[in-house]
Ligand binder design. Structure first.
Ligand SMILES: *Cc1c(COP(=O)(O)O)cnc(C)c1O
Length: 656
């Protein structure tokens, strides 16, 4: 249900003095925002993330202000903010890229894409894509009967394709055949050889023929995580002999006339365009051959795989791609055109099933930090009769301080000083073990050695200059930032497949982030952490962050996570879905909240595990009754306990 509320404009963007002369440009470079943010994300003069949902810098929202306003409507963090304008814009970009390529190469066909629904099945998302994709007859791709049900009911455009992939039983096939009678345009893609018989049977029984496609198992080599989606051992698709058998079976059953589409899928997030080119060449040849065998054909579906440049490095590394959207479209159009031309056949309508490329950008996950474990930064005061190791450590600290004042940093002297610090700290440890040093002095020794480490790390300006042994120092000084979040729920791919997403503070970007840290989530799982960050084609294990300020929120955004994360997320430790909102730009500088999707309550997640919340409460009521009888629990306390339990059931699973 539309919950259209118009809110006031974000606060006036006025320049605030920055601390330490740190500039927003430096933040932008540090977090790679200037590389991955594209036209949608940048930083405003207040040092907040600025979102330009339709790519127009003049129509931007202050993400921090937006979060605060949503919070004041009782939408607590963590919060998934979906910018529907970005979704629309990405769809537009994809279609424009193909349009442009078609013009450039004078391709005599059209592009007609579909959205692979598995990428994000949320109702509002699919509805949105169907509405704004209407002008291109944009369709859907499904891989199961449940997805088919969604697609059947949400596609209203009779020209839009409904590509049916995945394992298909008789019911799946019959539903697709009947859908054609309903006026939809389903294409049953044969992925396994035994599906041919079922299609022939279904078609006979229903007296109607479906549109048929074939998924080819290409021999081209894949690469990266999904490399095995292609090649002779791929899970899906027909080998060349299987394709020939299928064609003959269809011919005998009088169905060859319905064979219209050839499909292949190279796997998700193709990093290297060379892989796509190989696959395109091979698939084009198969297409030509199918036509020669007498199938009418008409569509070539190049599958998914169009990648997202998560770190903006434009490289063939896992978090990036060495091609742009336009390069991709150009290669698809040019390769297929060339093959058809040299074989003298008509070019097909081009179909792609690009999910990640459409859905990644539009949602931003914002979470708050509950606290950190950062070490105390104070240097303990000197007292009169300190033991030798403590005195030595103080001396070492002042040497390091002195060294760091020089304009030319002498790394070998620093190394020497650090070796001394380690030695003196060890002396203190030994003295403590042998009973010569009290707990208090040992604490001072430890604090001083940390102070030496901090001083050292601070005075070496570039990480590359730090000798190997000192590098570990940097990470041992790092803090853990406790995040109000479950990565298993909201960023599962960071854990499951070590995917990198851009993660950064959404405010204070005009202040130098002088801490290094990583994030730990709310689950009791030691894997529940975010400790790998984008780094322009590489990976870093610590992120530059700000010191927490008392009574002030510190908010972090995870970007480009609109594809796959929601549905792959799970209920580990019973953390449920977060609140989600759909934001739409309205008139200049304003926005409206189109939909609010409330996150799971504790009652929801308990029921998902077959618990009955009422029964749980009843048991506790009985337990407190007996405790009252025994005299271990006062009536007043029992009341309070039950109140907490009852309230908590209806609240979010996250910390309030
Ligand atoms: C997963 C999948 C897609 C979507 O891939 P993206 O990389 O998200 O574009 C498309 N087609 C098929 C058959 C798939 O399995």
């Amino acid at each position: 249900m539309a919950n259209a509320v118009t809110a006031s404009k974000s606060p006036m963007e006025e320049s605030l003095p920055s601390e330490n002369n740190w500039t927003i440009a430096e933040s932008s470079a540090l977090y790679g925002l200037d590389r991955w943010g594209g036209k949608y994300f940048s930083i405003n003069k207040l040092g907040h993330i600025k979102v330009s949902p339709n790519g127009e810098p003049s129509q931007s929202l202050d993400l921090m202000a937006l979060v605060k306003e949503l919070e004041s409507r009782n939408l607590r963090l963590p919060l998934l903010i979906r910018f529907d304008d970005i979704l629309e814009s990405r769809l537009e970009e994809l279609n424009n890229a193909f349009k442009q390529a078609i013009v450039t190469y004078r391709y005599k066909g059209i592009y007609q894409g579909v959205f692979p629904i598995k990428c994000n099945q949320q109702r509002h998302v699919v509805e949105e894509l169907m509405t704004c994709g209407r002008k291109w007859h944009f369709g859907l791709e499904v891989g199961s009967k449940a997805e088919l049900l969604i697609a059947l009911s949400l596609i209203e455009d009779t020209k839009a394709l409904l590509i049916c992939n995945g394992y298909k039983d008789q019911k799946y096939i019959e539903t697709s055949i009947l859908a054609r009678k309903l006026g939809r345009k389903p294409v049953i893609v044969i992925e396994q050889i035994d599906e041919v018989e079922r299609i022939i049977l279904g078609s006979k029984q229903l007296g109607a023929a479906p549109l048929i496609g074939i998924r080819a198992k290409l021999s081209s080599k894949g690469s990266g995580r999904w490399g095995t989606s292609i090649g002779e051992n791929a899970k899906f698709g027909l080998s060349i002999p299987d394709i020939l058998t299928t064609v003959e079976k269809l011919r005998t059953a009088n169905l060859l006339n319905e064979l219209k589409l050839l499909h292949f899928h190279v796997g998700s997030q193709i990093n290297d365009i060379a892989i796509l080119k190989d696959a395109l060449q091979e698939a084009s040849q198969i297409y030509v051959e199918l036509k020669r065998l007498g199938a009418p054909m008409g569509y070539l579906d190049v599958g998914g795989g169009l990648g997202v440049d998560y770190d903006g490095s434009q490289t063939a590394t896992t978090a990036s791609t060495n091609y742009s959207l336009q390069n991709y479209a150009n290669d698809v159009v040019a390769t297929i055109q060339e093959c058809c031309k040299s074989n003298g056949i008509e070019v097909p309508t081009l179909v792609s099933e690009s999910g990640r490329a459409i859905a990644s950008h539009f949602s931003v996950l914002v979470f708050n930090i509950l606290g950190t474990d950062s070490l105390c930064n104070d240097i303990p005061l000197e007292n009169k009769d300190e033991c030798a190791s403590v005195r030595n450590l103080r001396e070492t600290l002042s040497i390091i301080k002195e060294l760091s004042k020089n304009s030319e940093i002498d790394i070998s002297k620093l190394q020497e000083a650090w070796n001394d610090a380690i030695k003196f700290k060890d002396d203190a440890r030994v003295a403590f073990r042998l009973g010569y040093l009290g707990l208090h002095d040992r604490a001072i020794a430890e604090e001083l050695s940390w102070a030496c480490a901090r001083e050292l790390v601070c005075c070496v300006p570039h990480e590359e200059l730090i000798p190997e042994e000192l590098k570990t120092l940097r990470s041992s000084l790092a803090s853990t930032y406790y995040a109000n979040l479950s990565i298993f729920r909201s960023a599962p791919d960071t854990w499951a497949i070590e995917q990198l997403f851009p993660i950064m503070p959404i405010h204070r970007l005009n202040e130098e982030p002088d801490q290094l840290g990583s994030f730990a989530d709310l689950t009791c799982d030691s894997d529940g952490k975010l400790g790998r960050f984008i780094n322009n084609g590489k990976i870093k294990h610590l992120l530059e962050l700000h010191k927490l300020k008392p009574n002030e929120d510190y908010l972090i955004g995870m970007f480009l996570g609109g594809a796959y994360q929601e549905v792959m997320g799970n209920l580990h430790n019973l953390f449920g879905s977060t609140n989600a909102v759909h934001i739409r730009l309205s008139t200049k500088g304003k926005y409206q909240v189109d939909h609010v999707v409330r996150g799971n309550t504790k009652s929801d997640v308990l029921q998902a595990m077959e618990h009955d919340p009422e029964q749980l409460l009843e048991r506790l009521r009985m337990a407190s009754e007996s405790a009252i009888q025994l005299g271990t629990l006062k009536i007043k306390d029992a009341q309070r306990l039950m109140e907490h339990l009852e309230n908590t059931l209806h609240q979010s699973t996250y910390l309030q």
